[in-house]
Unconditional design. Structure first.
Length: 713
């Protein structure tokens, strides 16, 4: 009841026009109402229902220890110590675990293995915090570790090394112990003697081809390295000055959003000036020009991943003057669900972007239907999901729009952690004007894989048909996730499919190509970006790794597309960040023609802090490129969903075709694609997303530049 009353009070704020008259603070508009709602959620959140409130949870566990009989104390104290680690109280965790270890005997056995593993982990986190966070440098936490990224405060790492050495001797086949021991060795900058060679990763683990994409983390000099927990970022030219800016959110309930404006190659934090103080929290964010005024607006999703995550999302209208206003309530988007994903598309071709929202229903006690908000074209939305039967309930994890059958109508793919994925083909409206979506996933062959997490539409083989990449994150084995990935990266194949690469057959069916394409890999994917990172004209895959577990220290992974036939892992090219990456954004931040990556790093729990990374692309090759900025007229203003076909002439006077989609997977408005060694663009065909099947053809387009194209009315 003590948590219900504040929540009811917040709802009153939404319904009343001015409930705090004659008070020092007055609710004036929807923007301030949202700030009040978010503030109340953060202040009155029940720690037993919010896994990210570990410090409060630890205190509850500590008080409960006094009530337990002696035979239950060891297990309860172990649980308390783990919550201390989650909350960032690593010193107290060491004291608790040292006492438990002493009581269990000096020899490490199966019975006390968990105690020693947590003790080693507590020391590991002390080392990471003291060196990677407190003394943060650009090179920290990125494989292969450079000397500048190695630890200088050795207390945590040295103690962790001693325990991991003993653990490995007791359990030589435990892959996760070996992995974490290796990481401590790398951070310590030492080479074991000959008796310890079994611990070493082979040199081939860190190899990368000479012509692979190369990145350098420049977050520190660019002032883009804030510290925090899990979150997301979106990238776009929010102030329309010709360069890309960043909008960042964090999942912590009281974490402020951050708005970074690019000015003369540097980034300035303009959060306060943008009227964003008090806009807190967020598991995902994406931009879209929902009101067709030429300025990208921002959507923030909240509550996903938390049992008590019945939190509102936010729609922030870009005012066109480097400020934003929360219009969620006025726009009709206010609802209280644990939201995990969303995507924008003009599903009915009326020129206004609509929004599909995925809400997480983990079990029958927590029912949160998905929502489809139709854009009314006047700044408001209407949830039509119940009327047209797309208000699905389940443990869904992502939604992406794409055009499967090239009929210009956006189709929808939904991933499900505990059931079959859905592919909803857009069949247009019926005689009553109701829109029709048909689930063809079983017939199309795209219901898997099990534990699906992140999905992306992209044309990986440049045949003009959009394919589907679907990654997984198996929460059932999250305690051993790091070890599973290490085994995979050393050559072992996963026991079951952890990824699907569905090749579009052009007839509303797909063929799974993940094995022949070299993607039979073990993923614990939290995010994914598709981009042509080496400008060869073939889209590559960058995966953000992690699970909600402090043991999960897993590198992000990069796979280069080899001529649309297969993918080659090139992870060690500078972007193999070890901290959890729930969200990322990509785009040409420095306007030099190649695609950069910004990652939001950190875990769910308060003690799992990390600094964001900004991977500037420094790949050296002779590949050409082009970038297009489209402006819709009959279509939505940012032309999201437009299909681009480039006909290129190569050095040997042969022709080559490159396909791209505008705004695919929530990316920024500027379409970036490489041309390989193409000498010129013979023709560019732009199929606008309006249902009229309008195509704009441009002959002899310039290369190595940004092209602006406007749709004719």
């Amino acid at each position: 009841m003590k948590y219900l009353l504040p929540f009811l009070f917040v709802l009153l704020l939404v319904k009343c026009s001015n409930p705090w008259q004659e008070k020092p603070y007055t609710i004036k508009d929807g923007h301030e109402r949202m700030i009040a709602i978010l503030d109340s959620i953060a202040r009155f959140a029940d720690p037993e229902k919010h896994a990210n409130l570990s410090q409060k949870n630890a205190e509850i566990l500590r008080k409960n220890l006094k009530k337990l009989p002696n035979d239950e104390l060891p297990a309860a104290r172990l649980r308390y110590a783990e919550e201390l680690i989650r909350g960032g109280n690593h010193g107290q965790a060491v004291l608790e675990l040292t006492t438990l270890a002493t009581a269990s005997g000096d020899s490490i056995t199966l019975e006390n293995k968990a105690v020693y593993e947590l003790l080693a982990l507590a020391y590991l986190r002390i080392g990471e915090v003291n060196n990677c966070v407190v003394r943060h440098k650009s090179e920290a936490c990125i494989l292969p570790l450079q000397p500048a990224g190695q630890f200088t405060d050795m207390m945590g790492v040295d103690n962790a090394l001693k325990i991991y050495k003993r653990l490995h001797r007791a359990f030589p086949n435990d892959a996760q112990i070996r992995w974490l021991y290796n990481l401590m060795l790398l951070n310590r900058g030492i080479v074991p003697d000959s008796t310890e060679q079994v611990f070493l990763l082979p040199p081939s683990f860190f190899e990368v081809p000479d012509n692979a994409p190369r990145f350098v983390n420049k977050a520190v000099p660019l002032r883009l390295d804030p510290t925090g927990l899990a979150g997301d970022a979106c990238m776009d030219d929010f102030d329309n000055d010709g360069d890309l800016d960043l909008f960042v959110v964090r999942q912590a309930l009281d974490a402020p959003c951050r708005y970074f404006v690019q000015e003369n190659g540097q980034f300035q934090d303009r959060t306060s000036e943008a009227h964003l103080d008090g806009i807190t929290g967020g598991i995902q964010t994406m931009q879209a020009d929902f009101d067709n005024d030429g300025d990208p607006d921002v959507l923030i999703l909240r509550g996903g991943g938390l049992e008590g995550g019945t939190h509102p999302n936010s729609l922030l209208r870009n005012n066109g003057n480097n400020s934003f206003t929360d219009i969620t309530i006025k726009a009709g988007l206010l609802s209280f669900h644990p939201t995990v994903s969303a995507d924008w598309a003009d599903y009915d071709g009326d020129g206004w972007l609509d929004l599909y929202v995925v809400n997480e229903s983990r079990d029958s006690a927590h029912i949160h239907p998905n929502e489809l908000f139709h854009n009314n074209g006047n700044g408001t939305f209407t949830n039509i999901a119940p009327q047209i039967g797309v208000n699905f309930v389940g443990y869904y994890s992502s939604a992406v729009w794409g055009d499967v059958n090239n009929d210009r109508r956006p189709d929808l793919y939904l991933t499900n952690r505990s059931g079959n994925n859905k592919l909803l083909l857009n069949r247009g409206s019926d005689n009553n004007g109701l829109w029709q979506f048909q689930n063809v996933a079983p017939r199309a062959g795209v219901t898997g894989p099990e534990y699906s997490s992140v999905a992306r539409f992209f044309d990986y083989n440049n045949d003009g048909w959009e394919d589907i990449l679907c990654l997984t994150n198996n929460l059932a084995v999250q305690d051993s996730a790091a070890g599973e990935v290490m085994k995979n990266m050393l050559g072992a194949k996963p026991p079951k499919d952890a990824v699907k690469l569905y090749r579009n057959n052009g007839n509303e069916t797909f063929t799974d190509m993940h094995v022949p394409a070299g993607l039979h890999q073990q993923f614990f994917a939290q995010s994914c970006s598709i981009g042509d990172f080496d400008n060869n004209g073939w889209p590559d895959i960058y995966v953000g790794s992690g699970v909600d577990n402090v043991r999960a220290i897993i590198p992000n992974r990069l796979f280069r597309n080899l001529d649309g036939n297969r993918f080659e892992e090139v992870t060690m090219g500078g972007a193999a960040h070890l901290q959890k990456c729930r969200g990322m954004a990509r785009g040409d931040l420095d306007n030099d023609g190649d695609t950069d990556i910004y990652t939001v790093t950190g875990g769910l729990f308060e003690g799992d802090l990390a600094n964001n990374a900004c991977f500037i692309n420094e790949t050296k090759n002779e590949h050409r490129w082009v970038q297009l900025v489209l402006k819709g007229a009959q279509s939505n203003r940012e032309a999201r969903g437009a299909r681009i076909t480039l006909t290129i002439q190569t050095a040997d006077r042969k022709k080559r075709i490159v396909h791209a989609t505008c705004g695919s997977n929530g990316t920024q408005r500027r379409v970036e694609t490489g041309l390989g060694k193409g000498e010129k663009i013979l023709k560019a065909d732009i199929q606008w997303p309006h249902f009229s099947n309008k195509i704009t053809t441009i002959d002899t387009m310039a290369i190595n530049g940004i092209i602006f194209v406007k749709e004719e009315k």
